[in-house]
Each structure stands twice: as C-alpha cells, then as structure tokens.
Ligand binder design. Structure first.
Ligand code: ATR
Length: 265
C-alpha cells in the first residue's frame, strides 16, 4: 500500500514541502506520496480522523493551523506542548501525536552558521505562528536575553504565558542585540520594509530571516550591507522537513545540493 502524507495550510499553493518530501521519498525508494491541501478550520477534525483510520500516514501543518490543530490530537511532544505549536503529525499506538520540528530546524540552521547563541542577546521581530519555536530554540541554546517586538503588542505580551523572562518593546523601537530574527511576514513581498531603523553602527551581528522566498529580503540586504552575518529561512525549512521525514520513515534523509536547488527553482 502506498503511504499517504500531506501538508495542510491556508493558503498552501506556495508550499515547497511536497517537492522536498517527494524527492527524498523517491531517493529512498519508499512507496509513498506527499501532497498539499488547502483546508478550512472545520475540516481539521475530519483530517485527524483519517490519520486515526490510517488513511493518512503523516501530516505537516503550516499557517494558520499550527495551534488550531492541537485540540484534535491525543499526545503532544514536550516541545509542541511548550510552544503550543505543531507542524508534524503521525500515529503511534493508535494515538495521534503532534510534534514541533521547527525548533530543530532553526537550531540546526543557526549551528550550521557556526554562530554560538550562548550568553548572547536576541531581538525577535513578530509574534506569529513560528515565533514560539524560535524562542524555544534560543532558550535551548542558552541565550541570555530575548526581546520581542510585534506590531500588535498584545500578541508579544501573550508569549509571556509560554516563556518567562521575555522583554517586550514597542514596534519600531530598537535595542542592542547580537542576533536579530525576523519572524513576521514582512519581506514576502520584495518591496516590504520593516519599520526598524538599522544603522551602520549595527555591525558584526547576525541577521536571520525566517523567509526564504525571496532569498534576500530588504532586512537581510541591509544587514549584509552594514557588515553583518546573514541567513535566510531555507536551511531552517529543510531541516524541519528532514526531522519530519526521519520520524515518519525512520530514515535520515540527505540534505544534498539537489534539495538546495529544488528550493531555488
Ligand atoms: P498569525 O498572526 O496568524 O500567526 P503569521 O503569519 O504566523 O500569522 O504571523 C504574522 C506576523 O507578521 C505577526 O507577527 C504579524 O504582526 P501582528 O501580530 O501585528 O499581526 C506580522 N505582520 C504581518 N504583516 C505585518 C505588517 N504589515 N506590519 C507589521 N507586522 C506585520
């Protein structure tokens, strides 16, 4: 029987998960297919029923369902629980389990850049679906201070119910940092500009953008121009996918040049 996997979201057209997973499925001679599906809130329950009935073997979850899916699951991993965010689902012992592999994705991406987060300070822009995973990973890597700034300040304040010792500042305000991370959707459009005043005095820092398409947002462009290290969200995306693949197929897929190329096309 061909196993069935899919990514759900809304919108979903631009998801590159099928490309990546189907490449690894083929490469490892696995009898499986990975598709994408646009869902509405009311369809989540039925989706999980299909996982219980083994009609679907695994699901990736993207915006806006990473939190909304939680009430329908039987078990959450400690990371999914702590972030209230699930991006990977599978059936184990007839229980539907929710995992968060975005955390590992971010962690590996940062480590691959040879950037040591320990005892550093971070400025996190945004308080959306992926932000708790970034904060969790930063804390895991022993960051000393995290400041969050979001247009809707209340959403930044709400993160305090998940994490202690968060510093919240006004949207548009800037504070000293070693690493700055854009977790907002500003930059998806090539002309988008974050309303953060970046100056030449900010140098030898690390600019990270969760966005990987476009490859270089204005935020990263500016960071680079002023002599900072920069990284987009591509490796984070690949590593969250490879962690999900490992869970489902028990094979650690290779992150080779073809994968990198696939995401550029
Ligand atoms: P969700 O809010 O449903 O989790 P998301 O795509 O995960 O959606 O998060 C979007 C993030 O980008 C939020 O931090 C959002 O800020 P608000 O909480 O104020 O909405 C931010 N964002 C999106 N467009 C923005 C804009 N034009 N200006 C400032 N922030 C923006």
């Amino acid at each position: 029987m061909i196993k069935k996997y899919l990514v759900i979201g809304n919108p979903i057209e631009h998801s590159l998960s099928p490309k990546v997973h189907n490449y690894w499925i083929k490469k490892n001679n696995i009898q499986a297919i990975y598709t994408k599906q646009k869902l509405e809130d009311f369809e989540l329950e039925n989706l999980i029923s299909q996982v219980k009935e083994k009609k679907i073997n695994g699901v990736n979850i993207t915006v806006p369902f990473k939190k909304k899916i939680i009430p329908f699951l039987d078990i959450l991993s400690p990371e999914a629980e702590a972030t209230q965010s699930v991006n990977t689902i599978y059936l184990n012992d007839n229980k539907v389990v929710g995992l968060n592999t975005d955390i590992e994705g971010f962690e590996l991406s940062i480590k691959n850049m040879n950037f040591n987060v320990a005892n550093k300070t971070a400025l996190v822009l945004g308080a959306g679906g992926v932000t708790p995973s970034i904060i969790y990973a930063l804390k895991k890597m022993k960051i000393s201070k995290i400041t969050v700034s979001n247009r809707t300040k209340e959403k930044a304040e709400n993160l305090k119910s998940l994490f202690n010792n968060l510093n919240i500042i006004e949207w548009g305000e800037i504070i000293n940092f070693d690493i700055i991370i854009n977790t907002t959707s500003i930059g998806l459009n090539i002309k988008d500009q974050l309303p953060i005043k970046l100056t030449k005095e900010i140098k030898n820092k690390f600019f990270f953008d969760v966005i990987y398409n476009p490859k270089e947002t204005n935020f990263l462009k500016k960071g680079k121009e002023f002599g900072n290290k920069t990284e987009n969200g591509k490796n984070m995306f690949i590593h969250q996918a490879s962690a999900a693949f490992k869970i489902w197929h028990n094979i650690q897929p290779e992150v080779d040049r073809n994968i990198i190329k696939l995401l550029d096309s």
